[in-house]
Structure formats: structure tokens, C-alpha cells
Design a protein around this ligand. Structure first.
Ligand code: AMO
Length: 430
């Protein structure tokens, strides 16, 4: 590469005697006159560059004298063993090129041990990512995506990309963002729900990783207005089948990330320890247990965040809540028999809902009835419903909040930590 011959993390005592070109950011400069120390870092580590009067060029020493934190440099030098530097190695510089200057002081302190408020960190996200603990979150994010893709490709799923510009609601009428589209108003997709269901006709097993939009006026640590979702849909499968797929995927992600010791260290203990089978509780059991613990939950109502916190007294870590009442689930979820419960599940991590899914209703008349019962007009869904009379197989699937999964994996307390550039009611920059 033009600016570097190796990553700084690769500089080791074994490479002593080699002349290399390194590139990175200035962490620290110490000028003791006859000897000057320059600490240079990249994402893989940092190394001490030691300039000694007499054995190094005068002009190189002068360049070091002009440097400040985060100036971008390229250093050509010889790697030497060292008994004093932390890594047992240092670089004796031949040339130092300043590739760019940073203003000083920086608008945000990037030292790992300085605590900075989340708002400032988000205002300066690229600087925030110069801290290893914050960068690690997105390295885990990236590795998780890679593990997920590997997992689904190995099982014969096709990765699909569905539209974000849509004309009909996917998750019900509320919480839709409207946007101008030439001379009419359209919506931003809340999920790929309707498309992924249609796609099981041709592709049978599909998954999609994408960004979706919900105009929810929440100001919470687990909701955003733009979030990443991992969705699957499987033909000839039911709720139980897709729960098994989810469980297997969680275990596969955990073991894949644990193969990289640096990333494994940043995983929450509970996530590293996760092993199958993940406990399953029926909604009714949870409601009864909550009422025994002094809460007042009626069968048929959704579980509030207070209820879910209370659930921690008898269910920790990862667990499923299944068989939700019809009133709590969207129109596309299938009824279990003739009763008032559905073939559905939520996958929880502590009090956090990470994923929800279930068997889908494939009978057009039943879907229409459910749409009407939810106050929606089936005619609006004609573009979707028309396929249910063309050979729609029984199918099931789920949608998983990818940023929430990361919260669970890394023990993060705010979803904004798990999104590079969060979009909430108040933040649309940077
Ligand atoms: P649901 O609406 O439950 O189901 O969403 C699925 C998962 O997406 C995540 N999620 C969010 N994450 C951050 N901010 C938000 N505002 C937000 N809204 C949802 C959650 C949630 O569990 N189509 C169905 C899924 C399916 O049945 O396949 C759906 O969207 O982690």
C-alpha cells in the first residue's frame, strides 16, 4: 500500500531489523531534547517511535517537534527490540511525513479512560470510534453480520433486498413516515413483512438485513426511528420451526465471535455463556407469574416495560414468550386453532424484546377478517393479498432488531451505542 507496509499491531520483536512504513495518528509526543518519543496508533495498536540525536536525521526530529494529537503521519523506520517500551519494540525513524494536521485541542477527548457524554460522542462519532472500546462495538456488529450471512447461506436461504419506498403499511397504519414522491405521498417501510411473505412462493427461504423506519414518538433507550432489522421467512415452516432457526443462529453467532479473543472479551458474560435450549414460557404462564408477583396484568394486554422488568425475577438472559393473544399481534400472525391465542413468539433478552415472529396466516379470507377487525381496509392491501389466491404455502418467519441484539450481546444500556449514526426524534445529524 502507498502509505503503509504493515499495520502497527504487526510490529513485533520478531520483526526487529526490518525497515517498514507505518501510518496512523499521533497519540502523544514527548520531547526530551536529545531524545524524542512519538506514540503512533492505528486501529490495531500503537507503537513508540524513538528519535535519537546523532543517530537519526535532524529534520525528522524537527517534524516530531511540530506534531500534536491526532495529526496523521506516515513513518519510515527500522524496527528495534526495546527493553523500555511496553510492547518490547520501538521504531527508529528515518523519515516522518505529515499526511494531515488535526486541530488542537480536538473537540472531543479521545482518551479511552476519559468519560464523555453520549450526546457529545454521537456529535463526533468518528472521533468516538478512535477509542478501542467503542470501535469494538462495530467490529462485533460487522462480525455478527458476517456470521449471520454464513449461517443462512449454509442453510440454503437466499438473501433478498426489498423496497423501502412503499404504498401500503406493513405493520399497521400507525407509525408510518410519509415522504413526497413526485406528485404523491408514499411511505417508508416499517419492515419487509409483506414482501418477505410473498417471496416464499418462489424462493422458499429468504433473509434480509436492512434499515427500516418507524415514526414512533418514543424517547427511550431501546427505540429508534431508523433501525436495522434481520428478517427471515420460510415456506412450509411454522412458529416452532423458526424459533429453532433463531436459537441455532444465536448459538452460531456466539461461537463465531468467541473465535476472536479480542471480540470475545467485549461480549457480555451472559451472551458468551448462552447455550441451547433457550427456555420457552407461554404468555399465559408469564401473566400468571406476574400477577403472583403483585403485578396487575389482564390476559390480552401487551406486557409493559415494568412487567418485563418484573419477569427478571423468574426468567433471566435469553428466553421466548410464546402464544400471545390475538389482540397483541399484527394481522398476518396465525391463530392457534379456534382459540384466542396466536402461533407467535417474542424472543427476549432480560427485559429487552429482541425479536418477534410466528406462523403466518395463509388464508386470504382470514387475513381480510383480521384486517377489518384491526380497523384496516383490505382493499389497501390488494397488491399483497392477490398472491394468497395463487399458491401461497404455509409459512413462518421473524424479524430481529439487530441493534437490540448487539445491546444484548455486549451488555449495552442504550440502543444509540449500537448504531453508528442514530436517528431519533431529536437527532438527525451527523
Ligand atoms: P416487530 O414490530 O416486533 O415485528 O419488530 C421486530 C423487532 O424489531 C425491533 N424493533 C425496533 N428496534 C429499534 N427501534 C424500534 N423503533 C424498533 N421497532 C422494532 C425489535 C423487534 O422485536 N414484521 C414483524 C416481524 C415478523 O413477524 O417477522 C415486525 O416487524 O427488536
Amino acid at each position: 500500500m502507498k502509505y503503509k507496509s504493515m499495520d502497527i499491531g504487526q510490529v513485533s520483536p520478531e520483526a526487529a531489523g526490518r525497515k517498514e512504513r507505518l501510518a496512523g495518528w499521533v497519540d502523544e509526543v514527548r520531547d526530551l531534547g536529545k531524545i524524542k518519543f512519538l506514540l503512533v496508533r492505528d486501529r490495531t495498536g500503537s507503537v513508540q517511535v524513538t528519535w535519537k540525536k546523532g543517530s537519526c536525521e535532524e529534520s525528522t526530529g524537527e517534524v516530531i517537534g511540530t506534531l500534536h494529537q491526532n495529526d496523521v503521519v506516515s513513518v519510515v523506520g527500522t524496527i528495534e527490540r526495546s527493553t523500555v517500551s511496553k510492547r518490547g519494540v520501538e521504531v527508529l525513524p528515518e523519515q516522518i511525513h505529515v499526511l494531515n494536521r488535526a486541530k488542537h485541542p480536538l473537540p472531543m477527548d479521545i482518551a479511552e479512560d476519559i468519560s464523555t457524554g453520549l450526546d457529545v460522542r454521537l456529535d463526533y462519532r468518528p472521533l468516538d470510534l478512535m477509542r478501542p472500546s467503542k470501535r469494538r462495538i462495530f467490529e462485533v456488529f460487522s462480525e455478527t453480520i458476517s456470521a449471520v450471512r454464513g449461517f443462512f447461506h449454509a442453510r440454503g436461504f437466499a438473501e433478498v433486498v426489498t423496497p423501502r419506498i412503499i404504498s401500503a403499511a406493513t405493520e399497521g397504519g400507525a407509525n408510518l413516515f410519509n415522504v413526497r414522491y413526485f406528485d404523491r405521498t408514499v411511505n417508508l417501510a416499517q419492515s419487509p413483512q409483506l414482501y418477505k411473505e410473498q417471496l416464499v412462493m418462489g424462493l422458499e427461504k429468504v433473509f434480509e438485513l436492512g434499515t427500516y423506519f418507524r415514526a414512533e414518538p418514543f424517547d427511550s433507550t431501546r427505540h429508534l426511528n431508523e433501525f436495522v432489522s434481520l428478517d427471515i421467512e420460510v415456506a412450509f415452516a411454522d412458529c416452532g420451526d423458526v424459533m429453532v432457526i433463531l436459537q441455532d443462529m444465536i448459538l452460531a453467532i456466539s461461537s463465531e465471535i468467541c473465535r476472536n479473543s479480542q471480540l470475545a472479551d467485549s461480549l457480555a458474560q451472559e451472551f458468551r455463556k448462552v447455550s441451547g435450549p433457550i427456555p420457552v414460557y407461554k404468555y399465559e404462564e408469564v401473566v400468571n407469574a406476574l400477577n403472583e408477583h403483585g403485578m396487575k396484568v389482564n390476559f390480552g394486554s401487551d406486557l409493559s416495560s415494568e412487567d418485563l422488568k418484573k419477569v427478571q425475577q423468574f426468567a433471566e438472559g435469553a428466553y421466548f414468550i410464546t402464544d400471545w393473544p390475538t389482540s397483541t399481534k399484527p394481522f398476518y400472525i396465525k391463530q392457534r386453532g379456534e382459540g384466542d391465542v396466536t402461533e407467535s413468539f417474542d424472543f427476549m433478552w432480560g427485559p429487552l424484546e429482541v425479536c418477534s415472529g410466528g406462523s403466518r396466516e395463509e388464508n386470504r379470507d382470514k387475513i381480510e377478517k383480521k384486517l377489518l377487525a384491526s380497523g384496516m381496509n383490505p382493499a389497501t392491501f390488494e397488491e399483497h393479498l392477490k398472491f394468497f389466491a395463487c399458491g401461497m404455502p404455509p409459512h413462518a418467519g421473524w424479524g430481529l432488531g439487530f441493534n437490540r441484539l448487539l445491546m444484548a450481546m455486549m451488555g449495552l444500556s442504550n440502543i444509540r451505542e449500537a448504531v453508528l449514526y442514530p436517528r431519533d426524534r431529536f437527532r438527525i445529524t451527523p
